[in-house]
Design a protein around this ligand. Structure first.
Ligand SMILES: [Zn+2]
Length: 82
């Protein structure tokens, strides 16, 4: 049986909603019967959730530094133009 190989291969696409309904149904059906793939699927799901949650809650410090630098630059060039 190569059902496990297919399921693991499609887990990432499943999570990214890149699968057709037929494939999604096939995988969810496999996950119901196969504990190993279900564990892998749940691990990937929680990992993906953690990553997306972290991206939302943590502001990128580099962005603020870049903005500050741009503002400083704008001020400096504005002064010299006057
Ligand atoms: Zn399996």
């Amino acid at each position: 049986m190569s059902g496990c190989d297919n399921a693991v291969e499609y887990v990432y696409q499943y999570l990214d909603d890149e699968l057709t309904v037929t494939r999604r149904t096939r995988i969810s059906w496999h996950l119901k019967r196969c504990g190993n793939c279900l564990n892998a699927f749940q691990f990937e799901t929680s990992l993906k959730k953690k990553i997306s949650d972290g991206g939302k809650t943590e502001p990128p410090e580099e962005l603020f530094d870049t903005l500050r630098a741009l503002i400083e630059q704008e001020r400096n060039t504005g002064d010299s133009d006057c």
